[in-house]
Design a protein around this ligand. Structure first.
Ligand code: ADP
Length: 408
């Protein structure tokens, strides 16, 4: 693989999203007018399992290729396979940059960065802030450096969109010595909020420049209050556990519960981690599923209660975010549940009528772009999120800078 732009070549950007057991990719091509178009996407599932598998989809999301390993192949092997596959797909063109999604930028990063040895060393110091996610991403970056040392790599942080939150909103009521160590409110899903707010600017500039709440309701869920397109408050905090009830995560919790579990249930750190990240949320409350579709289909009272709790927490957090924004003009639903569940959107909007939200029931049922009634004081939208495209945009911007620095 060539590792830099050659003049007059079309530019291509790969986005890698490394999870605990998966490595997803998307490949974008830059068009003549500077837009980025997805060429293919897919990834490797089951990393660490006895039989990981690779699937690739074309730009219309039809399956175009696949592979299965009949042994627990190591990450290096899987990553080489993926990059070689992209290489063959691109030939005779080449990648201009690889973009990565990183959960936590701590207090060090409030914008995307080009990977350098210094940046890598700094990012390693952030591992304790996101021990489940960050090490895997660093492993992927290291493996790419080893194979393609000249290839531009860009890291985008899910925390950095919230850099505009007022300092006071970042503080917990803990001793200053702890906030000085970085135990503060960060917020996440920044790439999603950034993408959706850019889309909103494009669709309705007036709406985007007012007081807006974006509800990213997926298996992970958080909300962001924005004024004039800038984040002022958000529901996740130091970790991605805070705020809303999620698929399997608990959301906002009295810290006294943790003390009780340690002191009286004799739980250790690992057990608590599993409880709070994997066994709680919709799954824990319903005892049935973490998937809203299963809970809507279920006749069990616990399924209804889990959904009611999900909606209740969104409504409560909306009040809190509206207070931080000083009002509300626009409300946006995004991510799996926000984009695809008319039932949940309706239940949320019904409980927010006091804020001036009036739903157009038909538009909501049909999943249209704008779903508020003409008479609604607050406009309500459904805007699909696209975090990979946001990462590719940052990658394209920084790759140009990288090239200019190399030729300077
Ligand atoms: P992730 O955080 O994994 O990217 P998504 O944004 O894809 O999550 O959201 C996944 C969740 O969206 C699923 O767990 C499910 O609860 C919900 N979901 C997906 N499709 C629908 C649907 N048609 N109706 C209701 N909920 C849905």
């Amino acid at each position: 693989m060539k590792t830099a732009n050659t003049p007059s070549d079309q530019r291509f950007f790969a986005v890698l999203n490394a999870g605990s057991s998966s490595l997803k990719y998307s490949l974008f091509a830059e068009t003549d007018d500077g837009r980025l178009e997805r060429q293919t996407s897919g990834g490797i599932e089951g990393i660490g399992s006895p039989s990981p598998s690779f699937t690739a989809y074309d730009s219309d999301l039809y399956r175009m290729d696949g592979h299965r390993w009949e042994y627990p192949a190591k990450l290096d092997t899987l990553l080489s396979f993926l990059i070689e596959w992209i290489e063959r797909f691109l030939a005779p063109n080449h990648l201009s940059a690889v973009g990565h999604r990183m959960l936590h930028g701590g207090t060090l990063y409030d914008e995307p960065v080009i990977v350098t040895p210094e940046v890598l060393a700094e990012m390693r110091t952030l591992v304790p802030l996101a021990p489940l996610h960050q090490p895997r991403i660093l492993q992927v970056i290291d493996a790419i450096i080893e194979r393609y040392p000249g290839l531009c790599q860009v890291v985008c942080f899910d925390t950095s969109f919230h850099k505009t939150n007022p300092p006071i909103s970042r503080l917990y009521g803990l001793p200053r010595s702890l906030s000085e160590k970085g135990l503060i409110h960060y917020g996440f899903h920044g790439l999603s909020f950034e993408y959706v707010s850019e889309e909103l600017k494009y669709i309705d500039r007036h709406a985007a420049l007012g007081k807006t709440i974006i509800a990213h309701l997926g298996s992970g869920a958080s909300m962001c209050g924005m004024v004039n397109g800038k984040s002022v408050a958000t529901t996740m905090g130091f970790s991605a556990l805070d705020g809303l009830v999620m698929g399997t995560r608990c959301g906002q919790l009295d810290p006294g519960v943790i003390l009780y579990l340690i002191q009286h249930e004799k739980m250790g750190a690992k057990e608590l981690e599993t409880l709070l990240y994997q066994d709680s949320g919709l799954l824990g409350v319903s005892g049935i599923s973490n998937d809203v579709r299963d809970l809507i289909a279920s006749k069990e009272a616990s399924a209804k209660e889990a959904l009611d709790l999900f909606v209740y927490r969104v409504v409560r957090e909306t009040g809190s975010l509206a207070a931080a924004c000083g009002g509300l003009d626009t409300f946006v639903f995004t991510a799996g549940i926000g984009e695809r569940s008319p039932e949940i959107r309706k239940a949320i909007c019904r409980q927010l009528d006091w804020l001036g939200i009036e739903l157009d029931e038909r538009a909501n049922r049909l999943g249209e772009l704008k779903i508020s009634a003409e008479s609604s004081r607050v406009s309500v939208w459904i805007l699909p999120t696209y975090e990979e495209l946001m990462i590719a945009r940052h990658g394209a911007q920084l790759a140009s800078l990288h090239d200019r620095q190399k030729t300077a």
